[in-house]
Ligand binder design. Structure first.
Ligand code: MN
Ligand code: MN
Length: 419
């Protein structure tokens, strides 16, 4: 194909993309870009049988992944799977709630973060415990009471609601309890891809595996005081109404006072860092959520047809959790490599540090997702910022873009672009 023909394709596709809008442009994109170098994609599969799929199929699953079935012709080569989901994760139920997880054992690329989705019934308790990694969380539904003790012996007891976060530093002991009327559901992110919810240090396990005379000496009471301890751990169990927050706080208080900074943060209630016609971005990292020194997060809403712009993160891998709506993300790597995947509520995405990516809202409702990073701060480089703040002649010499186009790029990145 000659350069002139390719340019014509590019112009035609751009025009139809503009006419149809971003969401409707999927049909235009297969001819966009450079479909002949190399000749990848269905557009280049000329013989009829190279397009058919006569083998075993599961349409219920296949239909969830249009971008795997028919990738944009600009996708090239292959890359490690960056899609996972809680929707096909095994649920561990006990009386009081359930949990399911996606760790690096299931999702090879996710080196920095493992994720847990947990439900606690009203008064359901996640047993008092601790672990070696930090625990970051966002409330998805309902209300939950958290307890934690810091390394100076200062407690915090607090109630959280939908949109609130907590962050428990490595090693600090804590508990969770669903509150009435309908308990709680939340997402946990551990700052280590190998961490497991089913591998934590449990209060009951330690007590059951310590000799009674040692317990007696440690607490200064007769050994028989421990005759009712459970012999098996509780993990999740049904508790009783924990009563008003203020009573629980005063019952737990220490003469040493309260922790210097709260272990909870209201992300859903904060004023967005960015608000455009395309959506919003809310960021929580150690600059506003002081204790969160190893996890930074952005809660992103993209309106129908809108797009999270082309960008990358220079400081950390991005672990995504899709809360609502439908999305399509394309990731770009050296090689070149480019791959596109589809995401729905409960799915997980992952982008290695500094790889280029963008996320489109492909549904008819708001797309809401989380970007989580193992870092004390949120950082992003925008392609649009880069092109805007480089001498225009230099950019034109690379891309052949008309200087008028460069002049029209906003001075400061939008983050979320409208339709
Ligand atoms: Mn925990
Ligand atoms: Mn990103």
């Amino acid at each position: 194909m000659t350069d002139i023909t390719r340019r014509k394709l590019l112009v035609n596709a751009a025009a139809s993309a503009a006419a149809l809008g971003v969401a409707a442009s999927a049909k235009a994109f297969p001819t966009f870009g450079n479909p002949d170098r190399p000749p990848e994609g269905r557009i280049n599969a000329k013989s009829p049988s190279s397009l058919s799929d006569p083998g075993p199929q599961n349409p219920a699953i296949a239909n969830q992944f249009p971008s795997f079935q028919d990738p944009p012709a600009t996708d090239i080569n292959g890359m490690p799977l960056f899609w996972a989901s809680f929707n096909n994760a095994h649920k561990r139920y006990q009386n009081g709630g359930w949990a399911r997880e996606v760790t690096q054992d299931d999702f090879a690329i996710s080196e920095d973060i493992s994720g847990v989705n947990m439900r606690l019934a009203a008064n359901g308790i996640r047993e008092m415990h601790w672990h070696q990694q930090a625990e970051w969380a966002i409330m998805l539904n309902g209300k939950c009471r958290i307890t934690i003790l810091d390394a100076q012996g200062r407690p915090q007891v607090a109630d959280v609601k939908t949109g609130d976060l907590w962050y428990f530093p490595p090693g600090l002991p804590h508990s969770l309890q669903g509150l009435g009327p309908d308990g709680a559901e939340f997402l946990l992110a551990f700052d280590n891809g190998r961490s497991s919810e089913f591998n934590t240090l449990l209060l009951t396990d330690w007590i059951a595996h310590t000799p009674p005379d040692i317990l007696a000496a440690n607490f200064g009471v007769p050994a028989e005081e421990f005759k009712n301890i459970p012999l098996d751990n509780l993990w999740i169990f049904q508790g009783k109404d924990p009563g008003p927050l203020s009573s629980a706080q005063s019952a737990a208080q220490s003469p040493l006072g309260a922790p210097e900074h709260p272990f909870i943060f209201s992300l859903g209630d904060m004023t967005p860092n960015k608000q455009t016609r395309g959506g919003t971005v809310r960021i929580a990292d150690s600059s506003n959520f002081k204790v969160s020194t190893t996890v930074a997060a952005a809660l992103v809403t993209v309106k129908p047809g809108g797009m999270r712009e082309l960008h990358w993160h220079p400081n950390a891998d991005e672990w995504q959790y899709y809360i609502a709506g439908e999305a399509r993300m394309t990731v770009f790597d050296t090689g070149p490599k480019a791959a596109t995947a589809d995401f729905r509520a409960g799915d997980i995405g992952y982008v290695k540090k500094s790889l280029g990516h963008y996320v489109q809202n492909t549904g008819k409702t708001d797309l809401v997702f989380l970007e989580i990073f193992k870092s004390d701060h949120y950082a992003e480089v925008s392609l649009s910022d880069w092109l805007k703040h480089t001498p225009p002649q230099l950019v034109q010499e690379h891309l052949g873009i008309d200087p008028k186009v460069l002049a029209g790029i906003p001075e400061v990145r939008a983050d979320v672009l409208p339709l």
